[in-house]
Write a protein that binds this ligand. Structure first.
Ligand code: NAD
Length: 424
């Protein structure tokens, strides 16, 4: 008898369908685990919750919340919580699945999870946001736990929300449980090095790729899209290692200086004016020209679907290290492959954040905290090992790094699934 297809998404699967397609593409490389691949196309559990809150004006508003465990064969579910007016179940399912892949690709002992609330947080007061976060945490509390499901920040959530989530969960169980979320403030058991971790990981994996093709960092030229958490950390670390940041694009415009832009100085400008536009020590550049700037490294660190059929052929960079999630479309991937551009895929290039989240969780269990130097050294080791494993598979099977990363990750997940067997 054949498996029954999932019915709860209806006809329009949205981002979830992209993930299912990605699984189909790696099945031919999964060898004896291929027959188990169907398990990746079915989330382990999906919870939809109603989140009612008192608004400041005394009325009650209702929001839709989700928490999805995609796969927990390798460990507890791990993944962020997103507040956005366009969050859908399909999106949360896909994001949870990509966390399964990312955690397995890097070798962290986690499964994949994700959560979200369909809400525009900019329309809520801090008090309303706190009530929303606490009620949501309570509603999904049946899934949470430091050994079951560990949320973290994602779009529009941060340290503040993580503090509320940790407190709510702790109040409900009657004891303080710091390890139930990561990305917390340092004062509540957060980790040193977490803030720059994703940008640092982008640098570490880009450098590992550069070593493979004999490209030195010192003296190289770097262009970045996005100068937020990920982009500015990556820019500073490249700069500290002797690279020249020559072009940066953000939501306000594009700036260019062949002699190099000092990211520390630019940060002050961005803090004052809200974006890179108008930075006096660089020239403005029309946005579409950004992609064609000659450079050794291109770092997309803003939004998804930025490198497309329209601009991929103009890219001159030798290495693209994906700080953002999903910045390159499949069609653009094909063009870049043809052009010989080496793409370090998001699932390893931006895995520095979840890696230091893992360190935070370990430190919380032991109530023993490491120095920033220890964190950075361990982060580098984890990501270099992850890159090396993916590189080997890509060489052996003659496939791009992205496909190789999926092969490594899916094999690890399905191996765990096979070893555990099917209960009952
Ligand atoms: P952020 O909000 O701190 O920064 C986003 C940057 O993108 C800003 O500089 C903004 O100006 C720029 N941007 C927005 N719209 C743009 C546009 N239309 N054109 C050009 N630039 C634009 O976000 P972040 O935390 O740095 O995340 C960036 C990406 O990295 C996202 O895809 C996110 O999912 C991914 N990511 C982040 C982390 C993390 O730890 N923060 C971890 C893994 C992946």
């Amino acid at each position: 008898m054949k498996s029954e297809p999932l019915s709860y998404l209806g006809k329009d699967g949205g981002p979830w369908e992209i993930f299912v397609e990605q699984v189909d593409r790696v099945v031919p490389y999964l060898g004896r685990y291929a027959p188990l691949a169907e398990s990746l196309k079915r989330p382990k559990r999906v919870l939809i919750v109603d989140v009612p809150i008192h608004l400041d004006d005394g009325t009650v508003a209702y929001f839709e919340g989700y928490r999805v465990h995609h796969n927990t064969a390798r460990g507890p579910a791990k993944g962020g919580v997103r507040y956005h007016p366009e969050v859908t179940l399909s999106e949360v399912m896909a994001l949870a699945a990509w966390m399964t892949i990312k955690n397995a690709a890097v070798g962290l002992p986690y499964g994949g999870g994700k959560g979200g609330i369909r809400v525009d947080p900019k329309k809520l007061s801090p008090g309303e946001l706190e009530r929303l976060t606490r009620r949501y945490t309570s509603e999904i509390g049946i899934l949470l736990g430091s050994d079951r499901d560990i949320p973290a920040p994602d779009v529009n959530t941060g340290e503040r929300e993580m503090a509320w989530m940790m407190d709510t969960f702790s109040m409900n169980v009657g004891r303080t449980v710091p390890g139930v979320v990561t990305g917390k403030p340092i004062a509540l058991g957060g980790s040193l090095g977490r803030r720059d971790a994703t940008g640092r990981g982008v640098f570490v994996t880009a450098r590992a790729a550069a070593e493979k093709i004999g490209l030195p960092i010192e003296g190289s030229r770097v262009i970045l899209q996005g100068f937020g958490n990920v982009g500015n950390a990556a820019a500073r670390i490249f700069h500290d290692h002797g690279a020249r940041i020559i072009a940066i694009q953000d939501h306000t415009g594009t700036i260019y200086n062949e002699a190099g832009i000092d990211p520390y100085d630019l940060l002050k400008h961005v803090a004052e004016f809200g974006g890179v536009r108008g930075y006096p020590k660089a020239e403005p550049l029309p946005n579409p020209e950004f992609w064609a700037v000659p450079a050794e490294f291109l770092i997309p660190a803003a939004l998804e679907k930025q490198i497309t059929e329209q601009n991929a052929w103009r890219i001159q960079a030798k290495i693209i290290a994906e700080g953002a999630n999903g910045p390159t479309t499949p069609a653009a991937d094909d063009i870049l492959l043809e052009k010989g551009v080496l793409v370090v895929p998001d699932v390893i290039a931006n895995a520095g954040g979840v890696t230091v989240s893992y360190f935070e969780w370990v430190q919380d269990f032991n109530s023993y905290f490491w120095t920033e130097e220890e964190i950075n050294a361990r982060l580098e080791r984890v990501l270099r090992n992850a890159f090396e494993a993916v590189w080997q598979v890509s060489q052996e099977k003659k496939i791009p790094l992205r496909t190789a990363a999926y092969v490594v990750a899916a094999t690890r997940v399905l191996e765990a699934r096979a070893l555990r067997g099917l209960y009952p």
